[in-house]
Each structure stands twice: as structure tokens, then as C-alpha cells.
Design a protein around this ligand. Structure first.
Ligand SMILES: Nc1ncnc2c1ncn2[C@@H]1O[C@H](COP(=O)(O)OP(=O)(O)OP(=O)(O)O)[C@@H](O)[C@H]1O
Length: 309
């Protein structure tokens, strides 16, 4: 995959003195879905705003499709669509006119066939003559996406597209995102819903206090940081751990019928085989075993949590 966005040593210090980005370098590949995670104030919106030409960086460079965002901003801007966090639409404007107008703002000639295809793909064609104030929240968000795609950008930024959106609508939004990716659009999204990043993204970047802590393929990230929890369900409850099993990091459930064991998937020896052998030797019959991988949420918290004073 080749990079469509190349961010090199990017920094931003606002006039207030706040350093929102500190020497961030990152390449975003064509056709991928990249999720940017980070707590409030981490610098995500600043980064997106710089790439989209809305905020001027104080250091570093960004190239979009080879175009420098400062010296060749027109070339860069044409390749980018931005769906902002806030729903800002002209209430009395018709859906189709919103999209035509935004296309015009990018200096693109009218293309009714493309506008129709776009509205159909976002299930808005039937609503093309509705005024935006008559639409549901989900439809309004889809209009924002249609506007952002009106000039056929190659890269789409979605800044917290599902913030404050109910579960059904969130599913609908993610179906739209998957469709776009299938059409070859590169997608960069910020989200606070870690479950969704886990579900949707090809790569995950974690930003904290203006620094990019990591950016890795999702599977790699979850494997690398992945601790697993093993639950051993017993045939007969135990009152206490037998001496042979003490000091091994095992926990006994309050009911006494399950043992818990945390292990690192990267360790050469997880200790599971030995544990099961010792259980058999102690005459403890096992009914079932199951394992659970730590979630992205746990990984994220371990990366950004404040060190204890
Ligand atoms: N226009 C501005 N002037 C001064 N400081 C700003 C400005 N915009 C953002 N900041 C500061 O820069 C830092 C990064 O903010 P940014 O909005 O990029 O974070 P974020 O990761 O997008 O946060 P959130 O998840 O809350 O949207 C914060 O400390 C914020 O207060």
C-alpha cells in the first residue's frame, strides 16, 4: 500500500502557548480505515484541522497525494473531504442543493449523474427535495457525508461521527463507512467508542498530550498488548486452593467453582499446560475452559493512564 497522507514532524503551538501537537510523524495508506484515539484535548482535531487546511502548523510538513498542504493547498484540498463533529446545515435548503452547492465551492462543474449516484448510495435519493430541517439526525449526518464527498475526494475525515448517536444509527453510520472503504476511499476517523475502532479500523493510532504514542495494525496492537484471561470451570467447587496451586497467580471465584488465570500471549511459556497437569494430579476435575482477550479499551487505558504520583 502506498501512503496517501505523509505527516512529517508536525507540531502546533497555539498562540495561548498550548502545545497541541508535538513532533508527530505518520503515514496513512491509501484505502485504509485509520482510527485516531485519544482522551479529550489530546490533539486529534488539531491534527485533522491542519491536514484540512483549517489550522496552520508551527512546524513540520504534511503532503496529501504528494501535494504540500501549505505550498500546494489547492491540490491537497481537492483530495480531502471533512465531516465535522457538529451538524451544521442550512435548515431551509433542499438536500440535493446542499450537495450541488458544496461541489460548486470546490470549483467542480455540475455533475448531476454523480450527485444522484452519491445520494442513492447514502439512501438519500428519496429525500433529495426535502429541506434539511425535515430530516432525522441520521439523515442529517448522511447529508454531511454527501457534502464531504461531493467533489469525489480520495480521503474522508470523520471527526467523531457517532458522538451522541444512538446504537441503531451508529450501526447505520458504520455500514456507510464500510461501503466507502469498499469504493476505495481512505478513511480517518476519531472516536471515543473504542469498541467501534476495534470493529472497524485497519490501523489504530493513539494520541495523548500532542504525541502519537503508537500507530499499528489493529491485530498487531491487540496481540502485542494482549493479555488473556483463562477461566477454568470446575466439576466440584473448592473451599480453598490446594497447596500445589498456591503462589501461581490463580484466583478462586467466590462460589469456588471457577479458577481464573491471567497470562501473556507473548510469553514463551504461558504456564497453562503445567497448570492443567497439576489440577489433574490434585484430583480436581475440569468441566470447561475458556479464554478472553483484553479489549482495546483496556489496552487504551494502559497506554494513556496517568502514572500514579
Ligand atoms: N484554537 C485554539 N486555541 C488555543 N488552544 C486550542 C485551540 N484549539 C484547541 N486548543 C487546545 O489544544 C489541545 C488539543 O485540542 P484538540 O481539540 O486538538 O484535542 P482533541 O483530541 O480533538 O480533543 P476532543 O477529543 O476533546 O475533541 C487542547 O489543550 C485544546 O484546549
Amino acid at each position: 500500500m502506498r501512503p496517501i497522507i505523509d505527516i512529517d514532524h508536525l507540531s502546533k503551538r497555539y498562540d495561548s502557548g498550548t502545545v497541541a501537537l508535538n513532533d508527530v510523524s505518520l503515514q496513512i495508506n491509501e484505502g485504509e480505515i485509520l482510527a485516531l484515539l485519544g482522551p479529550n484535548g489530546a490533539g486529534k482535531t488539531t491534527m485533522i484541522s491542519i491536514i484540512c487546511g483549517l489550522v496552520v502548523p508551527t512546524g513540520g510538513t504534511v503532503r496529501v497525494g504528494g501535494h504540500d498542504i501549505r505550498t500546494d493547498w489547492r491540490g491537497a484540498r481537492k483530495l480531502i473531504g471533512l465531516v465535522p463533529q457538529e451538524i451544521l446545515l442550512e435548515p431551509f435548503e433542499k438536500v440535493i442543493d446542499c450537495v450541488r452547492f458544496t461541489r460548486g465551492l470546490y470549483g467542480e462543474p455540475p455533475d448531476e449523474a454523480y450527485v444522484e449516484q452519491l445520494l442513492r448510495s447514502l439512501a438519500l435519493w428519496d429525500k433529495r427535495d426535502a429541506r434539511t430541517r425535515e430530516l432525522s439526525g441520521g439523515m442529517k449526518r448522511r447529508v454531511l457525508i454527501a457534502k464531504a464527498l461531493s467533489h469525489r475526494p480520495k480521503v474522508l475525515f470523520l471527526d467523531e461521527p457517532t458522538a451522541g448517536v444512538d446504537v441503531a444509527l451508529r450501526r447505520e453510520m458504520w455500514a456507510v463507512v464500510r461501503d466507502l472503504r469498499a469504493q476505495g476511499v481512505t478513511i480517518i476517523l476519531t472516536t471515543h467508542y473504542l469498541e467501534e475502532a476495534e470493529d472497524m479500523a485497519d490501523r489504530i493510532g493513539v494520541i495523548n498530550r500532542g504525541q502519537l504514542l503508537l500507530c499499528q495494525p489493529k491485530a498487531e496492537l491487540m496481540g502485542e498488548f494482549g493479555k488473556k484471561h483463562l477461566t477454568i470451570l470446575l466439576d466440584q467447587p473448592l473451599i480453598a486452593l490446594p497447596p500445589i496451586l498456591k503462589g501461581r497467580g490463580l484466583t478462586l471465584s467466590p462460589s469456588g467453582n471457577a479458577l481464573g488465570y491471567d497470562y501473556d500471549t507473548r510469553a514463551e511459556r504461558t504456564g497453562i499446560a503445567r497448570l492443567l497437569a497439576d489440577l489433574a494430579e490434585a484430583g480436581i476435575a475440569v468441566r470447561d475452559v475458556s479464554t478472553k482477550q483484553s479489549s482495546l479499551e483496556e489496552i487504551f487505558i494502559s497506554l494513556v493512564e496517568e502514572p500514579q504520583a
